[in-house]
Design a protein around this ligand. Structure first.
Ligand code: PXL
Length: 281
């Protein structure tokens, strides 16, 4: 069984981060260890969320794991609650990389042109250092703009997506940069990526299905990581994750869910597992 460790918060209500990553990774057959960065009453899109940061616990967990000689096949970071937690993640990547795990960074810090509440304007520069230690990064367009210094645009063409990807190369990520929630085609959305070893651009898109739901970035990243951990190649992992995310959104729309409560991903899991097994992993 592949071993994954994920570094992100536990939002007690409003499905995202660990409450999404853990069930999905387990269902996909990955043994998953967690480094919880913070406990929040809800994610930060609900007003008045209480955030209890676990900064002091993180190095203690990591030191204990080091003393036990634990190693992982994939290290996956998501929402980190402060600059010092990003620095911790950089150290963790360094200390747990001697078996060359796949290091996947979702630089969850912004959306729709704005940083999430609670982050200062200096946060993206520290996140850029974590991206430098990653094999694959998966920013949305807002995060990519903040990491690259290119101005965020709501409407854009393929040249803009390529410019953003090229501007992210100097960060130093090793294998691939994947822009999420983008498409150069009208009425569609998906991923647009750059394979850093072959220098090839690639994309995958599907229909854009209306209102966005909170936590779908975490659903997408978790399924991508689960598929990669099982040995599926990157592009197939991304299309599987994108299709799964769309099914979750459609199921949620048909139930008229509040977008802040996240998507109904649970009933879609059997379909995901069927596709994984059809892909032979
Ligand atoms: O889904 C990203 C995310 C994760 N965790 C927390 C958040 C957010 C986005 O707002 O607030 C606590």
């Amino acid at each position: 069984m592949p071993k994954v460790v994920t570094i992100q918060d536990l939002s007690c209500f409003g499905k995202c981060s660990l409450t999404v990553a853990l069930p999905l990774l387990s269902a996909m057959g990955a043994e998953t260890a967690v480094l919880p960065t913070a406990i929040l009453s809800t994610h930060t899109l609900f007003p008045g969320a209480h955030c209890m940061r676990l900064d002091a616990a993180l190095p203690k967990i990591s030191e204990h794991w080091s003393s036990l000689g634990l190693r992982f096949d994939v290290i996956y970071s998501g929402y980190l609650a402060s600059e010092s937690q990003v620095r911790f993640a950089i150290d963790f990547f360094r200390c747990f990389s001697d078996n060359t795990p796949l290091r996947f960074v979702d630089p969850a810090m912004a959306d729709n042109g704005r940083l999430y509440s609670g982050f200062s304007p200096s946060f993206p520069a520290v996140m850029a250092q974590l991206c430098a230690a990653a094999d694959i990064i998966a920013p949305n367009l807002t995060e990519a703009a903040l990491l690259s210094g290119i101005a965020y645009r709501e409407s854009y063409d393929e040249d803009y997506l390529r410019d953003v990807l090229e501007a992210l190369i100097p960060l130093g990520t090793r294998q691939a940069i994947v822009l999420t929630g983008v498409s150069a085609e009208a009425g569609r959305t998906g991923v647009y990526g750059l394979d850093l070893r072959s220098h090839e651009f690639f994309s995958y898109s599907h229909e854009k299905c209306g209102a966005g739901y909170h936590g779908t970035g975490d659903i997408f990243s978790s399924v991508t990581v689960g598929a990669l951990a099982k040995g599926l190649p990157l592009r197939q992992s991304l299309s599987l994750a994108a299709d799964f995310t769309v099914s979750c959104i459609k199921a949620s729309q048909s139930q008229g869910r509040d977008s802040r409560c996240g998507v109904c991903f649970e009933p879609e899991i059997p379909m995901l597992l069927a596709k994984l097994s059809a892909a032979g992993v």
